[in-house]
Design a binder for this molecule. Structure first.
Ligand code: MG
Length: 280
């Protein structure tokens, strides 16, 4: 329906008959540009009419100028210059200590570096959208899980595998883009070592009711623009040679990049906390 047709119909409805109900009368006072109050209620127990003028409008944000860039409401975790948003965990008895990030930073990228283990964000997150770019080391060395291994772990636990997949054989649930040890990616849109890959991840954090899991974690993942997980349920935190299972943890935790001996590089990392619908 064109806007003109819509306005004509609205006007016709306004003139239609003398016996206009009070509800209709009220509806005629609403500017049709802004919506309607004489429409049915939305299904699913929602408290809004269809086209309800009182429904909160989504916040307007500015998208990035180019694909892969951070929109205006994202938190940029690495802007190409420094690792001030990141840290390491202490070792041994100092495990709860926060240690300044010590991975090597180059021109627009940083590199998995020995000595301090995994890299964690100082900020903690639950439900998020995440963009991260990575590239496997050149020259290529190692095989299977020993070739360009790192990982993007949501809440320090739920891993999307990072691995050099070019001409590299490994177990299916250990490949790049996989929910490690659980679900292989639907396809493997890999690039050669030295070329940049992008992950766009939507992660729903698990929910716990005391000791009990009330909602599992879900991953939606685009790997170089190709969907490789479509709201796929995770069985629990990443484990090696074991069946994953959930144990309760806080509703927010750090994003983690895995130290796995290989000098994988990362760049252009940003994250957005995901809110719900109809938030004023
Ligand atoms: Mg890994």
């Amino acid at each position: 329906m064109t806007r003109q047709d819509f306005l004509k119909l609205s006007a016709a409805a306004a003139l239609g008959g003398a016996a206009v109900s009070r509800a209709q009368e009220a509806s005629q006072q609403v500017n049709p540009d802004l919506g309607f109050k004489d429409t049915p209620m939305e299904p699913g127990g929602l408290s809004w009419h269809v086209h309800d003028p009182d429904r909160p409008h989504p916040k307007q944000i500015t998208p990035a100028a180019a694909p892969g860039g951070a929109p205006s409401d994202a938190m940029v975790l690495f802007d190409g210059k420094d690792l001030s948003k990141w840290c390491h965990r202490g070792r041994g008895a100092n495990r709860n200590a926060v240690v300044d990030a010590a991975w090597k930073v180059g021109d627009g990228w940083f590199e998995v570096t020995p000595g301090n283990g995994d890299l964690l964000t100082r900020e903690k997150f639950g439900d998020v959208q995440l963009h991260v770019e990575w590239t496997s080391p050149v020259p290529v060395t190692g095989n299977s899980q020993g070739r360009g291994n790192s990982g993007v772990l949501l809440m320090t636990r739920y891993e999307i595998q990072v691995l050099d997949m070019w001409d590299n054989v490994t177990y299916a649930d250990g490949g790049a883009g996989g929910i490690y040890g659980q679900w292989p990616p639907l396809v493997t849109p890999a690039r050669r070592a030295g070329e940049w890959n992008a992950y766009d991840i939507v992660f729903e954090a698990p929910k716990f009711d005391g000791e009990k899991l009330s909602k599992p974690a879900y991953f939606t993942v685009f790997y170089n623009g190709v969907v490789v997980h479509n709201r796929k349920e995770s069985f629990g935190p990443m484990v090696y040679r074991q069946a994953a299972h959930y144990t309760p943890h806080p509703p927010e935790d750090s994003l983690m990049l895995q130290y796995h001996n290989n000098p994988v590089r990362y760049r252009n990392i940003w994250i957005r906390r995901l809110g719900g619908y109809d938030q004023a």
